[in-house]
Design a protein around this ligand. Sequence first.
Ligand SMILES: Nc1nc2c(ncn2[C@@H]2O[C@H](COP(=O)(O)OP(=O)(O)O)[C@@H](O)[C@H]2O)c(=O)[nH]1
Ligand SMILES: [Mg+2]
Length: 458
Amino acid sequence: MDCIKNELSIASICRNHPILKENDEFKIKYINILEFFYNKYCNNDNFAKQNLSIYKNIILEKCLLKYVYRADKVNKYLKDSIFLKINKKNGKWRIFSYRFILAIDCLFICAFDNEDLGKTIISNLKLMSNDFLGFFINKKYDALYLMLYKEKNLTPNFYDIDFLLSKWWINKNQLSKPIKKIVVTANMSAGKSTLINALIGKKLLQAKNEACTSREYRIINKSFEDDLVSAFDKTLKLNVSLNELKNDEKKGLDKIYIGTYFNGLEDKQRFCFIDTPGVNYSENNEHEQLTKKVIEEKDYDKLVYVINSNYLGTNDDAQYLKYIIDKVKDKEIIIVLNKLDNFDIDEDNIKESIDKVYKDLQRYGLKNSKVCPISAYAGLLAKRKIAGEELSKIESRKLENYIYQFEEPEYDLSVFYEYDINILVKNYINKHKNHEKDSYLQLLNNTGILSLEYMLSK
Ligand SMILES: Nc1nc2c(ncn2[C@@H]2O[C@H](COP(=O)(O)OP(=O)(O)O)[C@@H](O)[C@H]2O)c(=O)[nH]1
Ligand SMILES: [Mg+2]
């Protein structure tokens, strides 16, 4: 499974690609060369196939329908992409070549995680683009190979490859980070899916007032935003729509991996959030079985238990919490008290509710757990707004209301976290300060979501 997780964590490098400014004819030639290498070296490799298809979709855009693959012309096309362009730089005319950009694309599609194949492809590119610059160019190909696969920082006067090279390396670094797996569990409708959405800063999972998650979701973060969602259940798909994910739900497969960029803390680790169906003792037994299987298999590092603060001390919670405490003795358990935006501070007291939860936990035998108060929904709206996402009219109105509501000191949930967490959150806010976004950042701070994120990353 680990290689699947790696493939899901790799972000596509072709958004804002330099080739996008060329004309259709040139783009078609360029993609022809990529397809040639794909056919020659990884015809059966699904990851490469999907990757090539993303290049076609993003680079060719509207001329995708005009695209024809011409194996017989690839050699000529390659020459064109090497000599065709004359570019004015610093007031001087120079030959502009796509050869090294093309090399990076070929290697990214075919051999990102396969150094030997990378070497073979570089040799092939050398042969194919053998030209009057001969020896000099071959040395540059060798240098490129070292820069991509051996972390050598050579930068020997390459023109225009920085953009792709940096994306290549952000991806490589991502794969070297350990994965921290966090399972989120609760009785139904406590806000598990909303909480995971808030942590990743996107409306990815369905959140509804009914038990709707019917399978296990494992969501892994990509290295940077490429506006694509990848998924693996039986096969790997690098570009799925949210609708496809929803429809997949009906097919009854029990586990799905998803890769997407998280709008969250920049971190030295990768997170994998695990969403399970709610456990509800009277209704769907299948959901309960599936969830218990995930809990008991223990393929996670931490467990987050979500309590709906609007219904404190229910029998369902008592029963399920006791089960968790009994089964999960060897992992950190974090208790999240959600939906605190619904609290009426004239009648309820947040501090007292938190204390009540601590007392219950003590009675059930859970001593060292932290109780983290949050509003997942308000946190999610704030994050989506900060990321520049367009909210619906109703969402915008709710967001504005939350801003006023959370300005009241009684709703500042960040005060319930420890000193060291508060310092980290403060640093985060200062670093991201931006006149237009300040009120949303402040809201995000007060919803407790950032504090919780730092707790999870500890
Ligand atoms: N007011 C409020 N509603 C929330 C919050 N978190 C979740 N909800 C709502 O609670 C319902 C159930 O949420 P969902 O995430 O689907 O719960 P799950 O069944 O535990 O996955 C949805 O209507 C959510 O919009 C919150 O922090 N505040
Ligand atoms: Mg759910």
